[in-house]
Design a protein around this ligand. Structure first.
Ligand SMILES: [Zn+2]
Ligand SMILES: [Zn+2]
Length: 75
């Protein structure tokens, strides 16, 4: 698979990851790694963050879109 962002600018570069959100192929330069909060539901409907965060690979478009309203990165 080729990097979609590179392909748009006429280059061919091997993709090393997929965007978590839109599944676009991304090279190392275009893959943006965001921390992904993990939550567990505690009694009384409280949601707690777990101490260790996972990661989510996103393209620039999805990263920007997800940050605009402080949405949690949920699968
Ligand atoms: Zn690229
Ligand atoms: Zn994306």
């Amino acid at each position: 698979m080729q990097c979609m962002e590179c392909a748009k600018s006429g280059m061919r570069r091997e993709a090393v990851a997929l965007c978590h959100c839109c599944s676009a192929g991304l090279c190392l330069e275009h893959a943006e790694v965001a921390p992904k909060r993990l939550e567990r539901v505690a009694p009384l409907c409280k949601v707690e963050d777990l101490p260790v965060q996972a990661r989510a690979v996103l393209c620039h478009v999805c990263r920007t879109a997800l940050q605009q309203r402080h949405l949690p990165l949920s699968a």
